[in-house]
Design a protein around this ligand. Structure first.
Ligand code: A2H
Length: 257
């Protein structure tokens, strides 16, 4: 980290009706924009994560499109220099929504590109950093130990769901889906590694680090796609093509920081 520019795929998750009260008056299409290094895993999305206490901004995207984005103010500024905001070098906030805590967007229904589930929800993740990416993390529990641990916490703990005003329907029906086969780890690599290391919660930092190393290394080089247009191909060979496809369809853009 910090050793040069990092290119992310910025995935656009569209906010569906009924919108959260704080966003209900907005006429444009609203997107939570999530920075990912693994566009080929988007088939496995089960939800999207926001940090309840991070301040997000709602701002106008490129003028050609009638769209607003939700991301941290820091990433909005960076986007403004990459032609992703309405005016180059400027962030035009939706009035009154320069700052809104993630907690006010939790529970929003979303359309996630390529996902098996036609509707997913914005859920809380307490390990999101506000100085990386957009502060929005799309969740692929089959292949990301962090994502699996945070989803498991919410499934196991009703008080945690209640604390953030989430109904059971937003959490319980969503299971990790097999999207990539990894030799030695099976079809749900993150779930397997979390079980092997007996990871109990999203706060087990060291164990999660270890799980991530194993899953990412193997997933990147030895993973084989199980679903979608490129089923049967190696993850390393389809990452770029899937990014290109998503961008061509207006479902994603590149984001560099
Ligand atoms: B990745 P790097 Cl399936 N805080 O996307 C915490 N985590 C963040 C973040 C933030 N502000 N912004 C992005 N991320 C996550 C998919 C995925 C990711 C899979 C497997 C591994 C993986 C689905 N979540 O990341 O520090 C995002 O999760 C491996 C580290 O910039 C993003 O890609 O290298 C990744 O971390 C970017 O982390």
């Amino acid at each position: 980290e910090g050793v040069g520019p990092q290119e992310y795929t910025m995935i656009k998750l569209k906010v569906l009706d009924p919108k959260p009260a704080a966003l209900a008056h907005i006429k444009e299409d609203i997107f939570l924009v999530a920075a990912t290094l693994r566009p080929e895993t988007m088939y496995g999305q089960t939800n999207c994560y926001l940090h309840p206490d991070i301040q997000y901004s709602v701002f106008y995207a490129t003028e050609a499109e009638n769209q607003v984005f939700v991301a941290t103010a820091r990433s909005a500024r960076i986007m403004s220099y990459q032609g992703l905001t309405k005016v180059n070098g400027v962030v035009n906030y939706v009035p009154g929504l320069e700052k809104i805590p993630g907690s006010k967007i939790l529970g929003a229904a979303l359309a996630a590109p390529l996902a098996k589930y036609t509707k997913v929800y914005a859920l809380p993740m307490l390990t999101i950093k506000d100085d990386k990416g957009t502060g929005v993390v799309t969740s692929v529990p089959s292949d990301s130990p962090d994502d699996f641990a945070a989803l498991s916490d919410l499934k196991k703990k009703k008080p945690l769901r209640e604390k953030y005003g989430l109904t059971d329907e937003m959490v319980l029906p969503f299971d990790p889906t097999p999207i990539i086969r990894i030799e030695g780890l099976g079809d749900l690599a993150a779930v397997e590694m979390c079980a092997r290391l007996k990871i109990e919660s999203q706060n087990e930092k060291d164990k999660l680090e270890e799980a991530k190393k194993e899953v990412y290394l193997k997933g990147f080089y030895d993973g084989v796609m199980l679903v979608g247009k490129y089923a049967g191909k190696k993850t390393a060979d389809v990452k770029k093509v899937i990014q290109d496809d998503l961008i061509a369809e207006g479902l994603a853009t590149k984001y560099v920081e």
